[in-house]
Design a protein around this ligand. Structure first.
Ligand code: ADP
Ligand code: GLC
Length: 484
Protein backbone atom coordinates (compact mmCIF):
# COMPACT_ATOMS: atom_id res chain seq x y z
CA UNK A 1 0.00 0.00 0.00
CA UNK A 2 1.67 3.16 -1.16
CA UNK A 3 2.40 5.51 1.67
CA UNK A 4 1.80 3.18 4.62
CA UNK A 5 4.62 3.73 7.10
CA UNK A 6 5.01 1.65 10.25
CA UNK A 7 7.50 1.82 13.11
CA UNK A 8 7.96 -1.73 14.45
CA UNK A 9 9.25 -1.55 18.03
CA UNK A 10 10.73 -4.70 19.51
CA UNK A 11 13.23 -5.88 22.11
CA UNK A 12 14.77 -8.59 19.89
CA UNK A 13 15.12 -9.34 16.19
CA UNK A 14 16.87 -12.33 14.56
CA UNK A 15 19.58 -12.75 13.50
CA UNK A 16 20.98 -9.80 15.48
CA UNK A 17 19.59 -10.80 18.85
CA UNK A 18 17.20 -13.62 19.70
CA UNK A 19 16.09 -15.43 22.83
CA UNK A 20 12.95 -17.01 21.37
CA UNK A 21 10.09 -16.67 18.93
CA UNK A 22 9.75 -12.89 19.30
CA UNK A 23 13.20 -12.63 17.71
CA UNK A 24 12.13 -14.83 14.80
CA UNK A 25 8.96 -12.82 14.23
CA UNK A 26 10.71 -9.45 14.43
CA UNK A 27 13.36 -10.70 12.03
CA UNK A 28 10.88 -11.91 9.43
CA UNK A 29 7.57 -10.04 9.63
CA UNK A 30 9.01 -6.58 8.81
CA UNK A 31 10.67 -8.01 5.68
CA UNK A 32 7.40 -9.71 4.67
CA UNK A 33 5.55 -6.42 5.17
CA UNK A 34 8.08 -4.57 3.07
CA UNK A 35 7.63 -7.20 0.35
CA UNK A 36 3.96 -6.20 0.12
CA UNK A 37 4.78 -2.50 0.03
CA UNK A 38 4.55 -1.39 3.68
CA UNK A 39 7.43 0.93 4.63
CA UNK A 40 8.43 -0.70 7.95
CA UNK A 41 11.38 0.34 10.08
CA UNK A 42 12.45 -1.63 13.12
CA UNK A 43 13.37 0.05 16.41
CA UNK A 44 15.67 -2.17 18.52
CA UNK A 45 17.86 -1.53 21.59
CA UNK A 46 21.58 -1.29 20.90
CA UNK A 47 22.68 -4.27 22.99
CA UNK A 48 26.38 -5.07 22.92
CA UNK A 49 25.80 -7.98 20.50
CA UNK A 50 23.73 -5.80 18.17
CA UNK A 51 26.20 -2.92 18.02
CA UNK A 52 29.04 -5.41 17.40
CA UNK A 53 27.25 -6.76 14.32
CA UNK A 54 26.46 -3.42 12.69
CA UNK A 55 28.69 -3.11 9.65
CA UNK A 56 27.79 0.47 8.86
CA UNK A 57 25.60 2.91 10.66
CA UNK A 58 24.79 6.59 10.82
CA UNK A 59 23.78 8.68 13.82
CA UNK A 60 20.38 10.10 12.88
CA UNK A 61 19.23 11.63 16.16
CA UNK A 62 20.34 12.36 19.70
CA UNK A 63 18.18 12.63 22.79
CA UNK A 64 19.92 14.66 25.49
CA UNK A 65 17.05 16.30 27.23
CA UNK A 66 14.45 13.61 27.76
CA UNK A 67 13.29 14.14 31.30
CA UNK A 68 13.89 11.05 33.45
CA UNK A 69 16.14 9.23 30.97
CA UNK A 70 19.86 9.10 30.24
CA UNK A 71 21.19 10.53 26.96
CA UNK A 72 20.67 8.27 23.97
CA UNK A 73 21.27 8.23 20.23
CA UNK A 74 19.50 6.68 17.30
CA UNK A 75 21.64 4.87 14.75
CA UNK A 76 20.31 3.92 11.36
CA UNK A 77 21.42 0.70 9.66
CA UNK A 78 19.99 -1.93 7.35
CA UNK A 79 19.51 -5.67 8.00
CA UNK A 80 20.83 -8.38 5.69
CA UNK A 81 17.33 -8.66 4.24
CA UNK A 82 17.11 -4.91 3.55
CA UNK A 83 14.93 -3.84 6.46
CA UNK A 84 15.84 -0.37 7.78
CA UNK A 85 16.83 -0.48 11.43
CA UNK A 86 16.78 2.23 14.05
CA UNK A 87 19.10 1.17 16.84
CA UNK A 88 18.57 2.83 20.19
CA UNK A 89 22.07 3.40 21.47
CA UNK A 90 22.31 4.05 25.20
CA UNK A 91 25.43 2.28 26.51
CA UNK A 92 24.61 2.70 30.20
CA UNK A 93 21.37 0.74 29.70
CA UNK A 94 22.12 -1.73 26.93
CA UNK A 95 25.82 -2.35 26.46
CA UNK A 96 26.75 -5.04 28.96
CA UNK A 97 27.72 -8.71 29.14
CA UNK A 98 24.65 -10.93 29.29
CA UNK A 99 21.30 -11.34 27.59
CA UNK A 100 18.69 -8.74 26.65
CA UNK A 101 16.60 -9.35 29.76
CA UNK A 102 18.87 -11.17 32.17
CA UNK A 103 22.46 -11.32 33.34
CA UNK A 104 24.67 -14.34 32.73
CA UNK A 105 23.30 -15.98 35.90
CA UNK A 106 19.72 -15.77 34.66
CA UNK A 107 18.67 -12.91 36.96
CA UNK A 108 16.51 -10.15 35.46
CA UNK A 109 18.45 -6.91 35.04
CA UNK A 110 17.28 -4.75 37.96
CA UNK A 111 16.98 -1.71 35.69
CA UNK A 112 14.67 -3.42 33.17
CA UNK A 113 11.91 -0.85 33.80
CA UNK A 114 14.33 1.94 32.83
CA UNK A 115 15.74 -0.05 29.89
CA UNK A 116 12.37 -0.86 28.37
CA UNK A 117 10.85 2.38 29.59
CA UNK A 118 13.35 4.17 27.36
CA UNK A 119 12.63 1.84 24.42
CA UNK A 120 8.89 2.51 24.85
CA UNK A 121 9.46 6.23 25.23
CA UNK A 122 11.59 6.59 22.11
CA UNK A 123 9.07 4.60 20.03
CA UNK A 124 6.41 7.07 21.19
CA UNK A 125 8.60 10.10 20.45
CA UNK A 126 9.14 8.81 16.91
CA UNK A 127 5.38 8.43 16.56
CA UNK A 128 4.62 12.00 17.69
CA UNK A 129 5.24 15.53 16.47
CA UNK A 130 8.32 15.67 18.76
CA UNK A 131 10.16 13.24 16.46
CA UNK A 132 13.56 14.49 15.27
CA UNK A 133 13.40 12.29 12.14
CA UNK A 134 12.23 13.24 8.64
CA UNK A 135 10.52 9.87 8.37
CA UNK A 136 7.18 9.95 10.22
CA UNK A 137 5.32 6.67 10.72
CA UNK A 138 1.53 6.45 10.30
CA UNK A 139 1.41 3.97 13.14
CA UNK A 140 3.59 2.33 15.79
CA UNK A 141 3.47 -1.47 16.08
CA UNK A 142 4.55 -2.60 19.56
CA UNK A 143 5.48 -6.11 20.66
CA UNK A 144 5.17 -7.60 24.14
CA UNK A 145 5.59 -5.88 27.50
CA UNK A 146 8.99 -4.41 26.65
CA UNK A 147 7.23 -1.90 24.39
CA UNK A 148 3.99 -1.85 26.40
CA UNK A 149 4.42 1.72 27.62
CA UNK A 150 4.56 3.10 24.07
CA UNK A 151 0.77 3.26 23.65
CA UNK A 152 0.55 5.02 27.03
CA UNK A 153 3.20 7.61 26.13
CA UNK A 154 1.50 8.12 22.77
CA UNK A 155 -1.81 8.76 24.51
CA UNK A 156 -0.26 11.72 26.34
CA UNK A 157 1.90 13.03 23.46
CA UNK A 158 1.26 15.83 20.96
CA UNK A 159 0.49 14.86 17.37
CA UNK A 160 0.59 11.14 18.18
CA UNK A 161 -0.13 8.38 15.68
CA UNK A 162 -2.18 5.29 16.64
CA UNK A 163 -0.64 2.08 17.93
CA UNK A 164 -1.08 -1.65 17.50
CA UNK A 165 0.10 -3.93 20.29
CA UNK A 166 0.96 -7.58 19.62
CA UNK A 167 0.89 -10.09 22.48
CA UNK A 168 3.50 -12.80 22.01
CA UNK A 169 3.14 -14.13 25.53
CA UNK A 170 0.76 -13.06 28.32
CA UNK A 171 2.96 -14.73 30.95
CA UNK A 172 5.56 -11.96 30.73
CA UNK A 173 4.04 -8.74 31.98
CA UNK A 174 6.70 -6.32 33.19
CA UNK A 175 5.03 -5.57 36.54
CA UNK A 176 6.88 -3.15 38.82
CA UNK A 177 6.44 -1.01 41.92
CA UNK A 178 4.10 1.96 41.38
CA UNK A 179 6.97 4.42 41.97
CA UNK A 180 8.37 3.48 38.56
CA UNK A 181 5.50 5.39 36.98
CA UNK A 182 6.81 8.73 38.21
CA UNK A 183 10.39 7.79 37.36
CA UNK A 184 9.34 7.06 33.78
CA UNK A 185 7.40 10.33 33.66
CA UNK A 186 3.94 8.98 33.06
CA UNK A 187 1.15 11.06 34.61
CA UNK A 188 -0.01 9.83 38.04
CA UNK A 189 -3.58 9.82 36.70
CA UNK A 190 -2.89 6.72 34.61
CA UNK A 191 -2.31 4.62 37.74
CA UNK A 192 -5.80 3.17 37.97
CA UNK A 193 -7.87 0.30 36.69
CA UNK A 194 -8.45 2.36 33.53
CA UNK A 195 -4.73 2.68 32.98
CA UNK A 196 -1.50 0.95 33.83
CA UNK A 197 -2.41 -0.35 37.30
CA UNK A 198 -2.52 -4.13 37.74
CA UNK A 199 -3.14 -5.53 41.24
CA UNK A 200 -1.24 -2.68 42.86
CA UNK A 201 1.66 -2.74 40.42
CA UNK A 202 2.36 -0.71 37.33
CA UNK A 203 2.28 -3.11 34.43
CA UNK A 204 3.93 -2.58 31.06
CA UNK A 205 1.71 -5.25 29.51
CA UNK A 206 -1.48 -3.78 30.93
CA UNK A 207 -0.45 -0.38 29.57
CA UNK A 208 -0.14 -1.84 26.08
CA UNK A 209 -3.44 -3.68 26.32
CA UNK A 210 -5.29 -0.68 27.71
CA UNK A 211 -3.92 2.15 25.57
CA UNK A 212 -3.22 0.53 22.18
CA UNK A 213 -5.75 1.28 19.45
CA UNK A 214 -5.77 -2.34 18.41
CA UNK A 215 -4.43 -5.58 19.92
CA UNK A 216 -3.31 -8.62 18.02
CA UNK A 217 -1.91 -11.90 19.22
CA UNK A 218 -0.02 -14.61 17.41
CA UNK A 219 -2.76 -17.18 16.75
CA UNK A 220 -6.56 -17.09 16.46
CA UNK A 221 -6.96 -19.78 19.13
CA UNK A 222 -4.77 -17.92 21.67
CA UNK A 223 -6.84 -14.79 21.01
CA UNK A 224 -9.83 -16.72 22.38
CA UNK A 225 -7.94 -18.43 25.22
CA UNK A 226 -6.62 -15.19 26.74
CA UNK A 227 -10.16 -13.93 27.21
CA UNK A 228 -10.71 -16.67 29.77
CA UNK A 229 -9.41 -17.00 33.31
CA UNK A 230 -7.19 -20.03 32.70
CA UNK A 231 -4.84 -18.32 30.25
CA UNK A 232 -5.76 -14.67 30.68
CA UNK A 233 -3.15 -14.20 33.44
CA UNK A 234 -5.49 -11.79 35.21
CA UNK A 235 -6.07 -9.60 32.14
CA UNK A 236 -9.01 -11.62 30.74
CA UNK A 237 -11.55 -9.00 31.86
CA UNK A 238 -9.81 -6.20 29.97
CA UNK A 239 -9.26 -8.42 26.93
CA UNK A 240 -12.90 -9.49 26.86
CA UNK A 241 -13.95 -5.85 27.06
CA UNK A 242 -11.64 -5.09 24.16
CA UNK A 243 -12.55 -8.17 22.10
CA UNK A 244 -13.80 -5.97 19.26
CA UNK A 245 -10.26 -4.59 18.92
CA UNK A 246 -8.49 -7.93 19.29
CA UNK A 247 -7.64 -10.56 16.71
CA UNK A 248 -5.22 -13.45 16.23
CA UNK A 249 -2.84 -13.73 13.28
CA UNK A 250 -0.79 -16.91 13.02
CA UNK A 251 2.98 -16.44 12.80
CA UNK A 252 4.72 -17.53 9.62
CA UNK A 253 8.13 -18.93 8.80
CA UNK A 254 11.12 -17.11 7.40
CA UNK A 255 11.62 -19.47 4.46
CA UNK A 256 15.08 -18.04 3.74
CA UNK A 257 16.23 -19.23 7.16
CA UNK A 258 14.10 -22.33 7.65
CA UNK A 259 14.10 -24.41 4.49
CA UNK A 260 15.67 -27.90 4.36
CA UNK A 261 16.50 -27.43 0.66
CA UNK A 262 18.82 -24.46 1.34
CA UNK A 263 19.66 -24.65 5.08
CA UNK A 264 23.35 -23.88 5.56
CA UNK A 265 23.46 -25.70 8.90
CA UNK A 266 22.67 -29.13 7.41
CA UNK A 267 25.23 -31.66 6.22
CA UNK A 268 22.78 -32.78 3.51
CA UNK A 269 19.94 -30.69 2.13
CA UNK A 270 16.62 -32.29 1.22
CA UNK A 271 13.15 -31.46 -0.05
CA UNK A 272 9.81 -33.19 -0.43
CA UNK A 273 10.88 -34.50 -3.84
CA UNK A 274 14.34 -35.62 -2.66
CA UNK A 275 14.22 -36.94 0.88
CA UNK A 276 17.46 -38.94 0.88
CA UNK A 277 19.43 -36.20 2.67
CA UNK A 278 17.27 -36.45 5.80
CA UNK A 279 18.82 -39.82 6.73
CA UNK A 280 22.31 -38.29 6.55
CA UNK A 281 21.15 -35.41 8.77
CA UNK A 282 19.82 -37.95 11.26
CA UNK A 283 23.13 -39.75 11.34
CA UNK A 284 25.00 -36.48 11.79
CA UNK A 285 22.73 -35.51 14.68
CA UNK A 286 23.20 -38.91 16.34
CA UNK A 287 26.96 -38.48 16.03
CA UNK A 288 26.94 -34.92 17.31
CA UNK A 289 24.91 -35.82 20.40
CA UNK A 290 26.65 -39.14 21.10
CA UNK A 291 23.65 -41.29 20.22
CA UNK A 292 23.89 -44.83 18.84
CA UNK A 293 23.93 -44.77 15.04
CA UNK A 294 20.85 -46.83 14.33
CA UNK A 295 18.65 -45.88 11.38
CA UNK A 296 15.36 -47.54 12.30
CA UNK A 297 14.83 -46.33 15.85
CA UNK A 298 12.79 -43.12 15.79
CA UNK A 299 14.69 -40.07 17.00
CA UNK A 300 12.56 -37.64 19.01
CA UNK A 301 13.68 -33.99 18.89
CA UNK A 302 13.14 -31.21 21.44
CA UNK A 303 14.24 -27.56 21.22
CA UNK A 304 12.85 -25.48 24.02
CA UNK A 305 13.13 -23.07 26.85
CA UNK A 306 13.16 -25.36 29.89
CA UNK A 307 10.15 -23.92 31.67
CA UNK A 308 6.80 -24.93 33.07
CA UNK A 309 5.14 -23.32 30.00
CA UNK A 310 6.81 -25.78 27.68
CA UNK A 311 5.72 -28.88 29.65
CA UNK A 312 9.24 -30.28 29.71
CA UNK A 313 8.65 -31.68 33.19
CA UNK A 314 6.17 -34.15 31.68
CA UNK A 315 8.54 -35.10 28.91
CA UNK A 316 11.36 -35.71 31.41
CA UNK A 317 8.95 -37.86 33.42
CA UNK A 318 8.03 -40.14 30.48
CA UNK A 319 11.54 -40.24 28.96
CA UNK A 320 12.48 -43.67 30.44
CA UNK A 321 9.31 -45.17 28.94
CA UNK A 322 10.11 -43.57 25.58
CA UNK A 323 13.56 -45.13 25.54
CA UNK A 324 11.85 -48.49 26.03
CA UNK A 325 9.65 -48.10 22.92
CA UNK A 326 12.43 -47.99 21.66
CA UNK A 327 13.18 -44.38 20.70
CA UNK A 328 16.06 -41.95 21.03
CA UNK A 329 15.83 -38.44 22.43
CA UNK A 330 17.75 -35.32 21.27
CA UNK A 331 17.26 -32.28 23.50
CA UNK A 332 18.47 -28.70 23.13
CA UNK A 333 17.55 -25.93 25.50
CA UNK A 334 18.16 -24.07 28.70
CA UNK A 335 16.17 -22.61 31.53
CA UNK A 336 15.18 -23.81 35.00
CA UNK A 337 18.16 -25.36 36.77
CA UNK A 338 16.18 -28.35 38.05
CA UNK A 339 15.00 -29.31 34.55
CA UNK A 340 18.48 -28.85 33.12
CA UNK A 341 19.83 -31.20 35.77
CA UNK A 342 17.08 -33.75 35.14
CA UNK A 343 17.91 -33.72 31.42
CA UNK A 344 21.63 -34.17 32.12
CA UNK A 345 20.84 -37.06 34.48
CA UNK A 346 18.82 -38.74 31.75
CA UNK A 347 21.65 -38.56 29.26
CA UNK A 348 23.99 -40.12 31.84
CA UNK A 349 21.52 -42.83 32.70
CA UNK A 350 20.82 -43.66 29.04
CA UNK A 351 24.08 -43.15 27.15
CA UNK A 352 23.62 -43.56 23.41
CA UNK A 353 19.87 -43.15 23.82
CA UNK A 354 19.46 -39.62 25.18
CA UNK A 355 21.58 -36.73 23.89
CA UNK A 356 21.34 -33.39 25.71
CA UNK A 357 22.81 -30.01 24.89
CA UNK A 358 22.19 -27.34 27.51
CA UNK A 359 22.63 -23.95 25.89
CA UNK A 360 21.55 -21.92 22.90
CA UNK A 361 22.70 -23.01 19.45
CA UNK A 362 21.09 -21.81 16.26
CA UNK A 363 22.97 -24.43 14.20
CA UNK A 364 21.98 -27.35 16.43
CA UNK A 365 18.36 -26.15 16.42
CA UNK A 366 18.30 -26.46 12.63
CA UNK A 367 20.07 -29.82 12.79
CA UNK A 368 17.50 -31.21 15.24
CA UNK A 369 14.58 -30.03 13.09
CA UNK A 370 16.16 -31.84 10.14
CA UNK A 371 17.70 -34.91 11.78
CA UNK A 372 14.88 -35.89 14.14
CA UNK A 373 12.00 -38.08 12.97
CA UNK A 374 9.39 -36.71 15.36
CA UNK A 375 9.33 -33.33 17.16
CA UNK A 376 7.98 -33.14 20.73
CA UNK A 377 6.25 -29.97 22.01
CA UNK A 378 4.02 -30.64 25.03
CA UNK A 379 3.46 -26.96 25.92
CA UNK A 380 0.96 -26.20 28.68
CA UNK A 381 0.19 -23.03 26.77
CA UNK A 382 1.66 -21.73 23.53
CA UNK A 383 0.64 -18.40 22.00
CA UNK A 384 1.79 -19.58 18.58
CA UNK A 385 4.95 -21.67 18.68
CA UNK A 386 7.42 -21.73 15.83
CA UNK A 387 9.22 -25.03 16.27
CA UNK A 388 6.16 -27.06 15.28
CA UNK A 389 6.00 -25.00 12.07
CA UNK A 390 9.71 -25.53 11.37
CA UNK A 391 9.44 -29.24 12.12
CA UNK A 392 6.60 -29.69 9.63
CA UNK A 393 8.68 -27.93 6.96
CA UNK A 394 11.55 -30.31 7.72
CA UNK A 395 9.37 -33.43 7.44
CA UNK A 396 9.50 -34.02 11.20
CA UNK A 397 5.86 -34.40 12.30
CA UNK A 398 5.27 -32.79 15.70
CA UNK A 399 3.55 -34.22 18.79
CA UNK A 400 1.81 -31.29 20.47
CA UNK A 401 -0.60 -30.48 23.29
CA UNK A 402 -3.91 -29.04 22.09
CA UNK A 403 -3.34 -25.43 23.10
CA UNK A 404 -2.91 -21.99 21.54
CA UNK A 405 -1.30 -21.81 18.14
CA UNK A 406 -0.49 -25.52 18.22
CA UNK A 407 -4.20 -26.16 17.60
CA UNK A 408 -4.20 -23.74 14.67
CA UNK A 409 -1.12 -25.22 13.02
CA UNK A 410 -1.11 -28.99 13.57
CA UNK A 411 -3.80 -31.39 12.32
CA UNK A 412 -4.00 -34.64 14.31
CA UNK A 413 -3.25 -37.74 12.28
CA UNK A 414 -6.22 -40.10 12.05
CA UNK A 415 -7.22 -42.57 9.33
CA UNK A 416 -9.46 -39.85 7.95
CA UNK A 417 -7.04 -36.90 8.01
CA UNK A 418 -4.27 -39.04 6.61
CA UNK A 419 -6.56 -39.98 3.74
CA UNK A 420 -7.74 -36.44 2.98
CA UNK A 421 -4.17 -35.13 3.14
CA UNK A 422 -4.62 -32.73 6.06
CA UNK A 423 -2.83 -34.72 8.81
CA UNK A 424 0.42 -33.08 9.90
CA UNK A 425 1.24 -34.35 13.38
CA UNK A 426 -0.19 -35.76 16.61
CA UNK A 427 -2.30 -33.72 19.01
CA UNK A 428 -3.18 -34.68 22.58
CA UNK A 429 -5.84 -33.20 24.83
CA UNK A 430 -5.46 -33.17 28.61
CA UNK A 431 -2.05 -32.23 29.94
CA UNK A 432 -0.82 -35.43 31.59
CA UNK A 433 2.20 -37.72 31.34
CA UNK A 434 -0.11 -40.59 30.29
CA UNK A 435 -1.62 -38.63 27.41
CA UNK A 436 1.77 -37.39 26.26
CA UNK A 437 3.22 -40.88 26.34
CA UNK A 438 0.23 -42.45 24.56
CA UNK A 439 0.45 -39.87 21.79
CA UNK A 440 4.19 -40.27 21.30
CA UNK A 441 3.58 -44.02 21.19
CA UNK A 442 0.93 -43.45 18.50
CA UNK A 443 3.46 -41.42 16.47
CA UNK A 444 6.13 -44.10 16.87
CA UNK A 445 3.68 -46.79 15.70
CA UNK A 446 2.96 -44.80 12.55
CA UNK A 447 6.68 -44.19 12.02
CA UNK A 448 7.09 -47.94 11.59
CA UNK A 449 4.44 -48.01 8.84
CA UNK A 450 6.64 -46.68 6.05
CA UNK A 451 3.86 -45.99 3.55
CA UNK A 452 1.73 -43.97 5.97
CA UNK A 453 4.76 -42.20 7.43
CA UNK A 454 5.84 -40.99 4.01
CA UNK A 455 2.33 -39.72 3.31
CA UNK A 456 2.31 -37.82 6.62
CA UNK A 457 5.73 -36.30 5.98
CA UNK A 458 4.63 -35.23 2.51
CA UNK A 459 1.57 -33.47 3.97
CA UNK A 460 3.75 -31.64 6.48
CA UNK A 461 6.26 -30.48 3.91
CA UNK A 462 3.70 -29.20 1.42
CA UNK A 463 1.86 -26.93 3.89
CA UNK A 464 2.31 -23.22 3.31
CA UNK A 465 3.53 -21.46 6.45
CA UNK A 466 5.15 -18.53 4.66
CA UNK A 467 4.61 -15.04 6.09
CA UNK A 468 2.75 -13.71 3.07
CA UNK A 469 -0.83 -14.30 4.25
CA UNK A 470 -0.04 -13.13 7.79
CA UNK A 471 1.70 -9.98 6.53
CA UNK A 472 -1.47 -9.22 4.53
CA UNK A 473 -3.51 -9.71 7.71
CA UNK A 474 -1.28 -7.24 9.62
CA UNK A 475 -1.61 -4.72 6.82
CA UNK A 476 -5.40 -5.08 7.02
CA UNK A 477 -5.19 -4.31 10.77
CA UNK A 478 -3.05 -1.21 10.11
CA UNK A 479 -5.51 0.05 7.51
CA UNK A 480 -8.47 -0.55 9.82
CA UNK A 481 -6.80 1.32 12.67
CA UNK A 482 -6.02 4.21 10.34
CA UNK A 483 -9.57 4.19 8.99
CA UNK A 484 -8.32 3.80 5.43
P1 ADP B 1 9.19 -19.28 22.59
O1 ADP B 1 9.35 -17.99 21.90
O2 ADP B 1 8.05 -19.33 23.52
O3 ADP B 1 10.44 -19.77 23.24
P2 ADP B 1 8.75 -20.39 19.90
O4 ADP B 1 8.48 -21.80 19.47
O5 ADP B 1 7.85 -19.36 19.39
O6 ADP B 1 8.82 -20.40 21.48
O7 ADP B 1 10.19 -19.96 19.41
C1 ADP B 1 11.36 -20.43 19.93
C2 ADP B 1 12.48 -20.05 18.98
O8 ADP B 1 13.68 -20.07 19.70
C3 ADP B 1 12.66 -21.03 17.84
O9 ADP B 1 13.26 -20.39 16.75
C4 ADP B 1 13.62 -22.03 18.46
O10 ADP B 1 14.32 -22.77 17.51
C5 ADP B 1 14.51 -21.13 19.23
N1 ADP B 1 15.16 -21.76 20.37
C6 ADP B 1 14.62 -22.06 21.57
N2 ADP B 1 15.54 -22.60 22.38
C7 ADP B 1 16.69 -22.65 21.67
C8 ADP B 1 18.01 -23.09 21.95
N3 ADP B 1 18.33 -23.61 23.13
N4 ADP B 1 18.94 -22.97 20.97
C9 ADP B 1 18.61 -22.45 19.76
N5 ADP B 1 17.38 -22.01 19.44
C10 ADP B 1 16.44 -22.10 20.39
C1 GLC C 1 6.30 -16.15 22.42
C2 GLC C 1 5.44 -17.39 22.53
C3 GLC C 1 5.48 -18.27 21.31
C4 GLC C 1 5.40 -17.45 20.03
C5 GLC C 1 6.47 -16.38 20.04
C6 GLC C 1 6.47 -15.52 18.79
O1 GLC C 1 7.59 -16.36 22.82
O2 GLC C 1 5.75 -18.14 23.69
O3 GLC C 1 4.41 -19.19 21.35
O4 GLC C 1 5.56 -18.28 18.90
O5 GLC C 1 6.29 -15.54 21.13
O6 GLC C 1 5.23 -14.90 18.57
Amino acid sequence: MAGLKVLFATSEAAPLIKTGGLGDVSGALPAALRAIGVDVRVLLPGYRQVIAQLAQHKVVATFDTLSGFPSARLLSAVTANDVPLLILDCPSLYQREGGPYQDAKGQDWPDNPQRFGLLSKIAAVLGSSASPLDWHPDLVHCNDWQTGLTPAYLRFAQGAVPSVFTIHNMAFQGNYAPAILRELRLPPSCFGIDGVEFYGHMSFLKAGLFYADHITTVSPNYAKEIQQAELGFGMQGLLTKRSGDLNGILNGIDTDEWNPATDKHLVKKFSVARMAGKAADKEYLQCRLGLDIVPDVPLLGVISRFTHQKGLDLLLEVAPQLIGLPAQLAMLGSGEAQMQQAARNLSQRYPGKVGVNIGFSEALAHQIEAGADIFIMPSRFEPCGLNQLYSQCYGTPPVVHATGGLVDSVVDCTAETLKDGSASGFVFKGMSAENLFATIQRSVDLYHDQRKWKALRRNCMTKDFSWKASAEAYRAVYLKVLGR
